[in-house]
Ligand binder design. Structure first.
Ligand code: UDP
Length: 404
């Protein structure tokens, strides 16, 4: 794990000094994160970097994961989709299943933190244990157009929190509690994002039998319908009529996402054993994801809905040209025609992919601008600062945190 000083060459001494100043003010407080999976997906990705760095800064930080069976995660996946605005049939029984598991977690999860930081809807009901400590609810989902029934159900819990945190301005909701806007981040020094030697990149390409002499288009994502992997294959097939290139669709599964294998089958069916389409079910392997991103000519993220889309930041940080849907948190990261290309359809994606593959100088410029944008806005050092200010703000009634 990178030590905090190692970030100085990237972000400057003053940024690290600020982090130390803020962490001093949190001495004696225990911060307890709770989510629903230790690996897979953006939340676990961020916590696995955030928690050790906060500890290194001297902030006593813990991370606990709730338990739940298959039925519970089937229901929470439906909630997830419905909150993103996708039509889902949700029965009264689903709410009961959610509450049955929640009651067990309310009984069994020890909420010892001075600040209990709950991520997403799965553990939301644990707030029923609230005593004198402070409680935060972090929503990583795009709830700008949620299914009102599910949102209304969650409101029964949200109102018990001290504050809520959203990733983008459009996601904020009318709430009787304080709200904060804090976008996610990537860690430039993690295995996922650090520089890699060319031999390592070549090794991973050989391992997955991906050719070096044909352009590579890549989408890294869980096999989830909202990431539209089938749409990516369709866009690729349109590009392939004009440009001989390969597609890499790489994705693992997350413990709290039961749909993955079904979607993977749909993608394989669409790809019809095309030798230039590489569908990779990766075990959690950050170096391999990093290598695949670095080996690619263009990165695509054709999500139908997206909370933030860490994969976009990861690609831009590697100065890769990106084609991504204009949804959720993606436009925070991509300014169209400046730091990438935004698209709204399969045709739009294939048009943008063709444009980038046939104009390498333009593609390079977009990638370089993208890296600068990520450096200024979406690195973990900014996120650490925002979170520590958020923690401190819980102890101040007014909107000012006094540091002196
Ligand atoms: N990821 C990974 N392996 C995979 C698929 C995804 O390591 O096979 C990572 C990806 O690099 C990113 C995170 O999981 O860091 C996904 O976060 P994102 O915000 O893009 O989407 P989410 O899965 O949270 O909807």
């Amino acid at each position: 794990m990178a030590r905090i000083e190692e970030y100085i060459p990237l972000v400057g001494q003053a940024v690290i000094d600020d982090l130390r100043l803020l962490s001093e003010r949190l001495k004696g407080k225990v911060i307890q994160h709770i989510n629903s999976t230790p690996v897979g997906g953006g939340v676990a990705e961020i916590l696995s970097r955030m928690v050790p760095l906060l500890r290194e800064l001297g902030v006593d930080t813990k991370w606990d994961v709730i338990k739940g069976g298959e039925q519970f995660f089937d229901v929470t996946k439906k909630f997830h989709n419905a909150l993103h605005g996708r039509p889902e049939v949700i029965a009264q029984r689903d709410f009961e299943i959610f509450m049955e598991t929640s009651r067990q977690n309310i009984e069994s999860v020890n909420t010892y933190g001075d600040i209990v930081f709950i991520h997403d809807p799965q553990p939301i009901a644990i707030v029923k244990r609230k005593t004198a400590n402070k409680w935060l609810w972090r929503c990583h989902i795009d709830v700008s157009n949620p299914d009102e029934r599910v949102w209304g159900f969650l409101m029964n819990f949200i109102t018990h929190y001290d504050s809520a945190v959203f990733s983008a301005p459009d996601f904020s909701r009318k709430l009787p509690i304080r709200q904060f806007l804090i976008p996610p981040s990537i860690d430039p020094l993690s295995d996922k994002n650090k520089e890699l030697p060319q031999e390592m990149i070549d090794f991973v390409l050989r391992k997955y039998e991906i050719k070096k002499d044909k352009p590579i288009i890549t989408q890294i994502s869980r096999f989830d319908r909202l990431k539209d992997p089938v749409g990516v294959v369709e866009a690729y097939l349109q590009v392939k009529k004009y440009i001989d290139c390969q597609l890499v669709l790489a994705g693992g599964t997350a413990d709290d996402d039961p749909e993955g294998f079904k979607v993977l089958e749909e993608v394989k069916e669409k790809a019809k054993n095309n030798p230039d389409i590489h569908i990779l079910l990766l075990p959690q392997n950050d170096i391999e994801v990093n290598a695949l991103q670095r080996a690619s000519n263009v990165i695509v993220q054709k999500s139908l809905k997206e909370g933030f889309g860490l994969t976009v930041s990861e690609a831009l940080w590697k100065a890769k040209p990106v084609v991504a849907s204009n949804v959720g948190g993606i436009p925070l990261q991509i300014k169209h025609k400046y730091s990438g290309l935004l698209c709204h359809s399969i045709e739009g994606a294939s048009f943008a992919l063709k444009q980038l593959l046939s104009s390498p100088a333009y593609a390079k410029k977009l990638g370089e601008n993208g890296r600068e944008h990520i450096k200024n806005n979406f690195l973990i050092t900014r996120h650490l600062r925002d979170y520590m200010l958020l923690f401190l703000s819980l102890y101040y009634q007014e909107d000012v945190v006094h540091l002196c």
